[in-house]
Design a protein around this ligand. Sequence first.
Ligand code: SF4
Length: 246
Amino acid sequence: MSTLAPIHLWQIPNSTTSDHEQLHALTEALEANLHTWAQRFTRITQANSLAVEDMVITDALARLGLAIDVFVLDTGKLHPETLEYLDHISQRYPHVSIRRFSPQDSAVQHFADNYDFSDIYQSLTARKACCYARKIEPLQRALVGYEAWITGQRREQAATRTQLEVEEFDEAHQLYKFNPLAAWSQHHIWAYIQQHQLPINPLYHQGIPSIGCEPCTKPIRQDEELRAGRWWWENQNSKECGLHAN
Ligand code: SF4
């Protein structure tokens, strides 16, 4: 009788001495960019998905006391762990304005009038309709009145992000978009978390390296791409929710 090989779930990586050494320069560059953008724009905001990347940025702007506010898209489908974590970080950064945007009741109802929720697993159209109601439309509201926004995207995260620039113009929303961690590796991110002793979303301890909505996120194996657990039933090139479609 053959025995099945054990499944090794993704685990938080150990950062090396070299990662910590490189982190110094990366953090200086991040802080310089945040300072520059805060001076350049009077209305600039950060999208925080409650993933470690976004927490690095929120932590940096809080330490620097910059007038950059933060928003979270509460899709109504987040893990309970993520919602608890959101409460926790709101207490940790009392001087940072963290705005929470939820889907409109009418949009959720419109989706329900046209689809069963489980249709998202069978139909890309249904999945995108759900993302539109719960993420894209709330994002549009979150960005109203702003000149620029900041994200925690990194090139290493997925096939769809390898060409990511630090500064780009977001044609879809007609404002500047900054990705200050574009060149950071996951080891740099975790080195920052360690050095600054930041609390993390507990989902990272469950083999989930990319935080999203509960129905569309699952743990991954150690050898998989970091976003493999997001919309895992779809092919690589459709695996964005539309938040970062330019
Ligand atoms: S990620 Fe999943 S649950 Fe969340 S908005 Fe998109 S389809 Fe809906």
